[in-house]
Design a protein around this ligand. Structure first.
Ligand SMILES: Nc1ncnc2c1ncn2[C@@H]1O[C@H](COP(=O)(O)OP(=O)(O)O)[C@@H](O)[C@H]1O
Ligand SMILES: [Mg+2]
Length: 159
């Protein structure tokens, strides 16, 4: 399979991976109004929220992106990037039992909108409403501070 594995040794390295992937995506999409859907699979404590914080940092979001567990979804505005502002949506589907709950939050408009970056923790809960075009990452705890992050190799992402 055309997959790539990276082992990070602390949360900072996981954020750094997120920043690299995000900056590459921003560069490639700077003259378009694209959306980016990133699905974050894997165990509790795997680093999905830590990764999301790295995305927020790269986008110049002022607040720290933290777990939306009790809210299901949080929305943040980016700093100006390539002359536009992105909206970052952070979903945590851990407590979702029916994908309809996500649809009710305006999912279709978010997915089909412009300049939206959408991060989804526990995407397996809403698999049936996920578009095929997306980046999947899987987080595995392999030691106290070591995390294995597996993602599909893609021509747009050079790392
Ligand atoms: N290599 C690493 N990558 C990400 N987080 C790490 C790493 N090593 C230790 N951690 C710690 O593990 C925890 C991961 O939590 P979090 O990002 O909330 O996971 P999840 O959202 O997948 O449940 C944080 O406390 C973080 O500091
Ligand atoms: Mg989390």
């Amino acid at each position: 399979m055309n997959q790539k594995e990276i082992v990070t040794k602390n949360g900072q390295e996981t954020k750094e991976l997120a920043r690299i992937l995000c900056s590459q995506w921003l560069e490639i999409n700077k003259s378009k109004n694209s959306n980016w859907l990133v699905c974050l699979y894997g165990d509790l404590g795997g680093g999905k929220t830590t990764f999301s914080q790295g995305i927020g940092e790269e986008l110049g979001v002022k607040e720290i992106v933290n777990s939306p567990t009790f809210l299901i979804m949080k929305k943040y505005l980016s700093a100006r990037k390539a002359n536009k502002k992105y909206t970052l949506y952070h979903f945590d589907c851990y407590r979702i039992s029916d994908a309809q709950e996500i649809l009710d939050l305006g999912w279709e408009d978010i997915i089909n909108g412009e300049n939206n970056i959408i991060l989804v923790e526990w995407p397996e809960r809403i698999e049936k409403i996920l578009p095929k075009t997306r980046l999947n990452l899987k987080f595995e705890v392999i030691g106290e501070d070591e995390r294995k992050i597996v993602f599909e190799k893609s021509p747009i992402l050079k790392c």
